[in-house]
Design a protein around this ligand. Structure first.
Ligand code: PSU
Ligand code: MN
Length: 312
């Protein structure tokens, strides 16, 4: 067994619901907030965030959306907090390197996959649901632009359910990096690694899992062996919600071209590309994005339950 968790870190503020669930060893699912503040337009973002929490509760787990509000890392949010994150203009995108500064300034921050993983782990939460992971950007050989989501997956013990990696990134290089970092990558019910809007990517999944129990057993085995770091669960978008790879591929090329023409780079790259893809598709990409997050929430709740059962 891994060392028992000693309770949430004192710098965190947990809701009573989340604190109680963690004390009881009940299933808890972490959710990120960059997807709310910088990944989707208002008001669809707050509707998505609320609905995903409801899906997780209906499936018998406790949702814990994570963000920094007034400089306090918060584990579990209320309706007003979600509304603030969705609509307030001064919510910074916070990855791990940004956490200390936003806390020191008493500011608001929407946490990326990396920062959410770190805060979830400090709270004692092991399962986390999102839409898409960050990874190695196209052209990283020149720009060095690799998401801190990758390095975090290499060190922090949290399993992350996503719909894979968008082809705004270099999917092949992202999978290579995950291998180097010792991160198991399991496609759920599929042989191919999915590319967010599409079930296909042209890359075989490193591993395949067909049940939440198998995924929970992989998490337990990794951490019981003392192998630090995350587990990636890639859940393909449902067939009926999919945007075919060639169709979305051309749109992504256009968005990348527009980004280069505007000279946008660094932490602004991903939010710009997501917004531009919504514009070019006239909202179709947003519909697909919301559908896949819902789908991931159901799987994440099931994994959290299996993992809690293993540990209980
Ligand atoms: N991919 C998406 N939607 C998102 C993100 C990525 O399809 O909202 C967000 C996540 O919060 C992810 C972050 O952790 O972008 C990665 O940003 P960066 O590449 O700057 O690390
Ligand atoms: Mn980056």
């Amino acid at each position: 067994m891994t060392t028992p968790h000693l309770g949430p870190h004192p710098m965190l503020t947990l809701t009573d619901e989340v604190a109680q669930a963690l004390r009881d060893g009940a299933p808890v699912v972490a959710l990120e907030s960059t997807i709310i503040s910088h990944g989707m337009p208002y008001p669809q973002n707050v509707e998505m965030a609320t609905e995903v929490e409801d899906i997780i509760r209906d499936a018998g787990a406790v949702p814990a959306t994570i963000a920094v509000l007034h400089g306090r890392p918060r584990i579990g949010l209320g309706t007003d907090d979600l509304e603030l994150l969705a609509s307030h203009e001064d919510v910074a995108k916070v990855s791990v390197r940004d956490l200390p500064f936003v806390i020191a300034r008493g500011a608001h921050g929407a946490t990326t996959v990396a920062a959410t993983m770190r805060l979830a782990a400090l709270a004692g939460i092991r399962t986390f649901v999102t839409g898409g992971l960050g990874g190695v950007h196209r052209g990283a050989q020149q720009s060095f632009d690799e998401s801190a989501d990758l390095t975090e997956l290499g060190t922090t013990d949290v399993a992350v359910v996503s719909a894979g990696v968008k082809s705004i990134l270099d999917i092949g290089l992202t999978l290579e990096r995950l291998e180097t970092l010792g991160v198991p990558v399991l496609a759920y019910g599929a042989d191919e690694f999915p590319s967010f809007f599409s079930r296909s990517s042209g890359h075989a999944a490193p591993m395949r899992a067909d049940t939440p129990a198998e995924i929970a057993a992989t998490m337990a085995a990794k951490w019981d062996l003392g192998i630090a770091g995350g587990v990636v669960i890639a859940n393909p978008i449902p067939v009926e919600d999919e945007i075919p790879a060639d169709e979305i591929g051309a749109i992504i090329e256009q968005a990348l071209g527009d980004m280069d023409a505007l000279g946008i780079h660094g932490k602004d790259a991903t939010p710009y590309l997501l917004g531009r893809i919504v514009e070019i598709t006239g909202g179709a990409s947003l519909t697909a994005n919301i559908a896949l997050v819902r789908h991931n929430a159901r799987l994440g709740a099931a994994i959290a339950q299996e993992y809690a059962a293993l540990r209980g």
